[in-house]
Design a protein around this ligand. Structure first.
Ligand code: FES
Length: 66
């Protein structure tokens, strides 16, 4: 079995960008296949497409602004 490099990059206030993964496993143990070179994984829990980010985290940021 060959080693594969997976790179995870944090987007401040947003998702984790995951490069090189075959699948992402959610907290419930469900595996979601990765079909792109880079995927955005939700960290805020507001996405309607978990485990993927759907930009709902941006709504939260807007609500905090005056
Ligand atoms: S991080 Fe983008 S919707 Fe959760």
């Amino acid at each position: 079995m060959s080693k594969r490099r997976v790179v995870v990059t944090e987007c401040p206030g947003g998702p984790l960008l995951v490069r090189g993964a075959d699948e992402v496993v959610g907290v419930d143990g469900t595996a979601a296949p990765v079909e792109r070179a880079v995927v955005a994984v939700c960290r805020c829990g507001r996405s309607d497409r978990l485990p993927w980010c759907d930009d709902s985290h941006r709504d939260r940021r807007r609500k905090r602004s005056p």
